[in-house]
Write a protein that binds this ligand. Sequence first.
Ligand SMILES: [Zn+2]
Ligand SMILES: [Zn+2]
Length: 410
Amino acid sequence: MGLIAKVAVVVLVISFMTFVAFFGRLPALRHTPVAWLHRAIWVYIPNGVLALDQALTGGRIVASAGTFGHSVWYGRHPTVLIFYILLLSVGEFLYLPGAWPRLSSFHQVVGAIAIILPYVFLYLAASSNPGVITVATHARYMSLYPYDFTLFHPGQECRSCNLLKPPRSKHCAVCKRCVARLDHHCVFINNCVGYGNQHWFLLLLLSTALLTTYGGALGLRMISENARARSTLFALWKHPQQSWHHYFILLTYGIQLDVGVGSVTLLTVMTSPLVWGLLGYHTYLIYCGTTTNESLKWQDWQVEMNDGFAFRRRLPIPRKRHPQFEASWTRWPVEPAQILVRTEDGQPPNDAAPPGNGPWEPVRHLRDIENIYDIGFWDNLVDVFVPNHSFRAESQPDLERGKRPKKTKA
Ligand SMILES: [Zn+2]
Ligand SMILES: [Zn+2]
């Protein structure tokens, strides 16, 4: 195998594994081979090893691996974080010696900034408190959002932390703690992505996407210059008069002239769509006023609705909050106007007791249920990027809920 072919294989494998690690758990890919591969790596293969060990040695090997094996699969450890830093640093180490002298001073300044930013945001995302819920912080996180009586109902306690679950919070199984507005646990930053650090996580994605695109574009230009030194006919966008065979020979020559720049450029060209895709996905979640965790819950509700097990009824406005289970005040401008429940038998609940009043009606579509955590794209963004922003002061008239003028989405 030639050098270029080896580099291409390494680049392909890294890109593909990055893709699986990034996208494997996304709800949109639930029934695709990518999700299957993600499960294979994290569930099927470890379970297969367990079963094999059980059959052959009565489980002795796994038992002796003991807590080590357990912490590798289920614990919080910085392996992927280190992999990510290595990928960045080794890439820069290979790319810069060849590329730097060929860059204009403008690109040297912009390039230096583009290189530094991902490290800064990685540090901030990894080291910030994602919104850990403790006895001391509980009251504050209870006052961020009201319960929507759809995804989050008052009165539910985390069995591990022994605290009432604030609206939009979730217990992180990896870090063993409850986190406010937990989006997901991210292995790349070895930290939860939650209320306290989601903005750093998004800026990390954005800065990485810009770096890979910028580095890739400059790299392609250099490869193209190398190839053009051999034949003036070469252009990245293949000239119609040029044969594919000739084009690839020149391209390979351009890459081979500086293998560092060439291989890193290939890597950036293959990985930057993934990073942009992930950034786009998270931007879409913010546009919808939801999180990765909540999007899974919404999907589950869609299944209940398809099966005819979902029912709703009105919540009175204004509503008397439960003094024991709900904060007396939240900074959120919208209050729930309905309660959504599931029944086992597809019959409306015969429970007349509050919360809610009036008849129960079946719900067939998610679009019939309002997401109170979606207050329009701009305000959703403000909620992510300006922690503790109070939406109440400017939205006082909307307190009588349900009627809040929603920004229309194109
Ligand atoms: Zn918990
Ligand atoms: Zn976590």
